[in-house]
Design a protein around this ligand. Structure first.
Ligand SMILES: Cc1cc2nc3c(=O)[nH]c(=O)nc-3n(C[C@H](O)[C@H](O)[C@H](O)COP(=O)(O)OP(=O)(O)OC[C@H]3O[C@@H](n4cnc5c(N)ncnc54)[C@H](O)[C@@H]3O)c2cc1C
Length: 398
């Protein structure tokens, strides 16, 4: 093994997910050099199926990055969602209530666009490079160290380190202290059983259904591939159910819609967790995206929240690195936390309104239906849901 090579840059970004890639773009626009490292291969990153719903503000930002964004050509604008309960379906009309929409554009397509744009712009973007240690965040030259896929060690010395490295963040303990308890945490006693199937759309818009048989979400991917979910036990084996059982379960939970079935080519079980790190910044290191917080997927907020964090941190880093002022950094955690907790609340609210816990009583079930009816029959209720789902305006540290 050869000796460790040390590279210098201004900002070392750990993680080439949406958060890390968008931040490197915004920094470059301001003339600030960065290096982005990710432990996974480009193929793995570009092939992992995750988020699907983008807020209007996130779409506007993504479509301005390079010439590679296909969000307006491949993506689908959604002007509403359907809430199903008590055998009824109620549409929430986003533009009518808020003047905004969301876009269905899968996260792996976002990443394909972003990686192409960053490489075309000359970004130092390293795949297969795993960060194992972060040092010196209490000095003006923090370092990240790790190994490349071939076992070669590397060290990057920077003026700031950003943890954009997802929910198992290696940067987080440096920001919050070594304890893994460094955050507010909630685990839910249920999960989503998710499928991808080759089939035409069963519905043009997402259907969130709280039926007497349980929760289901009917979502879309493209004209020929669909994504659907139903509430399940977190311990369930995704391969234990036959395709016929999966379709019967889904169909029973959306009684108002006839599902168009097709071969299922991916299944997974998605646990529900809420987490917010106690600290978002320590000295010359900060957290963004899933490294800083996790939301259950019901509100479709994770990737959108990552982009909102990055917009704030970019402003703060510009103040630090171009003007020598820590004012923005000092405000970063407080400003970012306001949106994070609004999104936590919205994700928790959608989750608790649509799912039943295993110990729920008949009273709980009837109260939940009363809550759904309160929302759909009130313009104020529908407007709150539409405002939160399509996304609040971006904040600023300026
Ligand atoms: C099924 C599902 C559906 C979802 N639906 C939505 C939705 O509709 N809308 C929405 O907004 N969000 C949604 N989300 C959430 C969204 O996918 C995440 O919030 C988003 O990926 C967060 O982006 P990020 O850049 O912070 O982290 P990530 O995308 O997790 O990226 C972190 C990167 O860091 C790398 N990394 C980790 N550790 C290291 C290390 N030690 N060294 C180097 N690299 C490292 C990882 O390989 C990874 O590529 C969904 C998630 C799932 C799973």
């Amino acid at each position: 093994m050869s000796a460790d090579t040390i590279t210098r840059t201004r900002v070392a970004i750990v993680g080439a997910g949406p958060a890390g890639l968008v931040l490197s773009h915004l920094l470059q626009e301001a003339g600030i050099e960065s290096i982005v490292v990710d432990s996974r291969s480009r193929e793995d990153i570009e092939g992992t199926i995750k988020a699907g719903i983008l807020e209007q503000g996130a779409v506007d930002l993504l479509s301005s990055i390079g010439t590679t964004s296909r969000v307006h050509t491949l993506g689908d604008r959604h002007d509403g969602i359907v809430l199903g309960f008590a055998g009824e379906e109620h549409r929430i009309d986003f533009p009518g209530l808020t003047g905004r929409s969301v876009w269905l554009y899968p996260q792996h397509e976002v990443l394909i666009d972003l990686i192409a744009a960053r490489l075309a712009a000359g970004q130092d973007l390293r795949f297969g490079a795993t960060v194992t240690s972060i040092d010196g965040v209490d000095t003006s030259s923090p370092r990240i160290s790790g190994t490349h896929a071939d076992g070669e060690p590397f060290t990057i010395e920077a003026e700031f380190v950003v943890g954009a490295d997802g929910s198992h963040s290696v940067v987080r303990p440096v920001v919050t202290g070594p304890s893994r308890q460094g955050g507010y945490f909630r685990e839910y006693p249920f999960a989503w059983f998710g499928i991808l199937c080759e089939a035409p759309k069963s519905s043009e818009e997402l259907i969130y259904s709280n039926s007497s048989s349980g929760f289901a979400l009917i979502s879309q991917r493209s004209e020929n591939v669909q994504r659907m979910y139903f509430q399940c036990d977190p311990e369930v084996d995704p391969n234990a159910m036959s395709e016929a059982e999966i379709w019967d379960t889904l169909q029973a939970r959306v009684p108002g819609t006839e599902l168009k079935e097709g071969p299922i080519f991916q299944r997974d079980v998605l646990r529900f967790r809420s987490f917010v790190s106690h600290e978002l910044r320590n000295g010359r290191a900060a957290l963004v995206g899933d490294a800083a917080h996790t939301v259950p997927p019901t509100g479709a907020k994770g990737m959108n929240l990552a982009i909102a964090d990055v917009i704030l941190l970019n402003e703060a880093l510009q103040e630090l690195l171009l003007q020598g002022s820590e004012r923005g950094l000092d405000r970063y955690a407080e400003t970012a936390s306001q949106r994070i907790w609004k999104a936590q609340h919205f994700s928790w609210w959608m989750t608790s309104m649509l799912h039943l816990t295993p110990e729920a009583s008949d009273f709980d079930r009837m109260r939940q239906l009363g809550e759904l009816r309160t929302v759909v029959e009130s313009e104020a209720g529908r407007t709150y849901l539409a405002e939160a789902y399509t996304g609040w305006p971006f904040a600023t540290t300026l």
